[in-house]
Design a protein around this ligand. Sequence first.
Ligand code: VAH
Length: 326
Amino acid sequence: MTREMKIIMVTGAAGQIGSELTLALRKKYGNDNVLATDIKTQISPKLRDSGPFEYVNVIDRETIEQAVRKHRIDTIYHMSAVLSASGENRPQLAWNVNLNGTFNILETARENNMVRVFCPSSIAAFGPETPRLNTPNDTILKPKTMYGLTKVAGELLGDYYVKRYGLDVRGCRYPGIISYETLPGGGTTDYAVAIFFEAVKNKSYTCFLREDTRLPMMYMPDCLKATLDLMAADFSRLRHHADFNVAAMSFSAGELAAEIKKHVPDFKIAYEPDYRQAIADSWPESIDDSAAREEWGWKQDYDLATMTADMLNILQRRLQKGALNY
Ligand code: VAH
């Protein structure tokens, strides 16, 4: 008998995925049943005004316990992380937040007999030894970034808590996520977010990856769909737990620029690869997500054309209203 999620906590709720996931969860489960938490206390009015917020620093176990006790949390979506590019600039912080933080979350969930925990992984869990095309779900995981190795360890930790303690832990390996609600952050794939803001505001963008750099990507609505669908799936059908490949599309920086030019004809792009090129080169170009499709019915809705049209439409309307905030 699957126990129902009742009171949800989101860590990293001010982040790119966490902020939109919190709003999607509040829409599905009710505003007061979804606690947003982060170390940032300056959160968006949409988040602040739609439901409860607490300061939680995942490397400080007591702040987690206090929020869990006060709000009687039974489900955690653990979204806080130091991403790939930031993680190469501050590897010790990335280890502490991504690994010790995840350990603290899993231990708190175990000790409080929680219903379910979502621990996201990433295509960053793969490395240069991994097959680059149609990357299998079960394959070589030898990432060359601190972020990537913390994601592999997080997957293994999640699976351990499933088998050793019977804790219901689930997670998917997100590709690069593209969205318009938060500004681009410390991710290697965040060129694909910045390019839209720059195209709308300045009609030009200098990309920090090569034109031919092709990576797996996903539009935020599909990211939220995958997250909610996986967490709602029948646990007995799952053969994987914290390490599902999910895919939506793959494109190169040049292909994205060409799609943008269909809407912004005078858009200009230049390419000046930096340290993030080596990170991108270590990741796959395309992903086999057949396990997610078979075990919990995953299917994406957006492709490059529909995502680009939607992103530009929304950002151009915000610019016209003086609300681009970029
Ligand atoms: C990053 N956006 O670039 C994240 C993601 C697949 C990459 O995990 O670090």
